[in-house]
Design a protein around this ligand. Sequence first.
Ligand SMILES: [Zn+2]
Length: 244
Amino acid sequence: MTVILPKIFSGISNVRAGMSTRIGNESNTEIGINLSYNVGDNPTRVGRNWRKFFAQVGISEHDLAVPLQCHSNNVLKVDTPGEYRECDALITNTIHVALVVTVADCVPILLFDPINRAVGAIHAGWRGTIGLIVKRAVEKMKAEYRTDPVQILAYIGPSAGVCCSEVGEEVAIMFGNKIVPYHEKKIFIDLKNENTLQLLQQGVLGNNIEVSTSCTICEKELFHSFRRDGQKSGRMRAVICMMQ
Ligand SMILES: [Zn+2]
């Protein structure tokens, strides 16, 4: 299975992080490697892919904390594995609690505070981005764990690039002056950049932010894309976990 390992966390022995793709030799189906039970894929195969992915990142499948994402801007502090409703971001300072994000175009963001030892995982689509969910996650890490943003290492993962993020006027209005006029009469938003700006405004250092250049819509061999493939699109997972 092809797994993306963020460079920003490489060399740090007590944190593990990764993101799945749709490539792997287990996938002899059209959908490719998929980690969601809710898109019509064979549950046995999804389970096998699920275990393989987390094993490859070095995380136990019993340690997962999974937000049941709803395009909110709610950030939840968790101390145990499990499923969590009504939220799109989790933070923890507990080892062996692996924070999971589920995506297919939306932006997965992973945060690590190596000084006060805390992590965060955020799902930011355009609604979450407008709702400043990344800003709220950093604020909650500051409040709960005394995190200094200057120390945070951040990963902004593969997601819809500005190249493919054309929006209608109703979304553009909500983004205000943040829209990117790309072609005449078309309006584009740049979610990776918006979330990067939220981190910078919170005091995270530019050198401490790794931004994936991959576009999930353009790179169809490697990534699932809801916008490209619709309801039956597979899903990818990103995860971060502190170890002993
Ligand atoms: Zn693209």
